[in-house]
Design a protein around this ligand. Structure first.
Ligand SMILES: Nc1ncnc2c1ncn2[C@@H]1O[C@H](COP(=O)(O)OP(=O)(O)OP(=O)(O)O)[C@@H](O)[C@H]1O
Ligand SMILES: [Mg+2]
Length: 323
């Protein structure tokens, strides 16, 4: 893509530093988000998807975790270097995040209306009625049918699907340029999942937003994302357009994940694990970290770590990729 990225992660590593340990969990991530696209991040549990996302907004548990190298460039600034105050202004207003579990993210003491209007006031000076108007619009934009009624309700009165939509509305109130959605629908039933993802896709188009969508669900990726990054043991192993990665997957890990995908349109979306286990970040094997589980190993895999290199329309980290 020749466009300038909205957000650019360069060589980003996030590590754990304790009394006696020090190792990186997320390693040398190079990732750009462009305007008006949905970028999906996929990979098995523990591969560093959430940590990558959290570190963008400085929300990783620090200490013990810290950014050990690299930069996160947004709007001409390196977010790894700005003051906490400046980062707080970016968070919510420019880059918003929605989490997997709305029930624990929505404060039970406040009504939906109060949650939304205080989020607006945290970044903007507006009158009560202006804040209310924005809140209603965002609830409607998040796909809530009766914003007026929901406005006065408390989180416990909402179903899982409505709670997740309120979370989306909360993320939208300050009209962010980028929305980071970390498994926004895993707790919901399949029909509601599909509706919410469609809404996210519409929001991308209506508001010209960019969305970083973290998911285990490759069916979701195929239906809503534009580009995708496949992560394994804290690294990107393949990145390209969804069209390209699905039709010509090159990394054996990607083909493994895709092999586990149901037909498009089917409701069954569970990811069948690839044989073997993901090595832990404090005990990575020498050479390629996927070698133990890979059906295409060549001698070099046990010796050196492959770099991410351009191959065709994608970038791949493998000594013996497909095609
Ligand atoms: N606060 C922490 N202290 C130590 N290790 C952590 C901490 N948070 C995350 N990790 C480790 O970092 C690694 C990546 O975790 P992360 O939550 O980013 O994975 P993920 O890809 O989001 O997984 P999932 O799909 O299960 O959400 C895991 O090995 C995890 O144990
Ligand atoms: Mg996660």
């Amino acid at each position: 893509m020749s466009q300038t990225p909205l957000l650019e992660l360069r060589d980003l590593s996030v590590g754990l530093k304790g009394d006696r340990v020090e190792y990186d969990i997320v390693r040398n991530i190079n990732l750009s988000i462009y305007q008006n696209e949905i970028l999906a991040i996929v990979g098995e549990s523990g591969c560093g998807k959430s940590l990558t996302a959290l570190s963008i907004l400085g929300l990783h548990a620090s200490p013990p975790l810290r950014i050990t190298s690299g930069s996160i460039t947004y709007d001409g600034r390196d977010l790894t270097k700005v003051s906490p105050e400046e980062l707080r202004k970016v968070r919510g207003a420019e880059i918003a995040m929605i989490f997997q579990d709305p029930m624990s993210a929505l404060d039970p003491m406040f009504t939906v209306g109060t949650l939304l209007t205080s989020a607006i006031r945290a970044h903007k000076k507006v009158t009560d009625s202006a804040a209310e108007k924005i809140a209603h619009e965002c609830l409607a934009d998040a796909g809530i049918e009766d914003p007026r009624r929901r406005f006065g309700e408390f989180p416990f009165q909402l179903s899982g699907g409505v709670s997740q939509r309120v979370m989306i509305a909360l993320a939208l109130v300050n009209n962010p340029k980028i929305l980071i959605a970390d498994e926004p629908t895993t707790a919901l039933d399949v029909t509601v999942q599909a509706q919410i993802l469609e809404r996210l896709k519409d929001l991308k188009n209506e508001r010209g937003m960019s969305i970083m969508l973290i998911t285990h669900n490759l069916g979701v990726v195929a239906s809503v994302a534009d580009r995708m990054a496949v992560m394994y043991t804290g690294e990107i192993v393949e990145i390209g357009s969804v069209q390209n990665v699905f039709s010509v997957p090159q990394h054996p890990y990607t083909t493994g994940l895709l092999g586990a995908v149901p037909r498009l349109g089917s409701n069954s979306v569970a990811l069948v694990p690839i044989i073997g286990r993901v090595p832990l970040p404090d005990n990575l094997p020498k050479g390629c970290t996927f070698a133990d589980r890979c059906g295409r190993v060549v001698p070099e895999c046990g010796v050196n770590r492959p770099e991410l290199v351009s191959r065709g329309a994608a970038e791949v980290r493998c000594f013996n990729p497909f095609r």
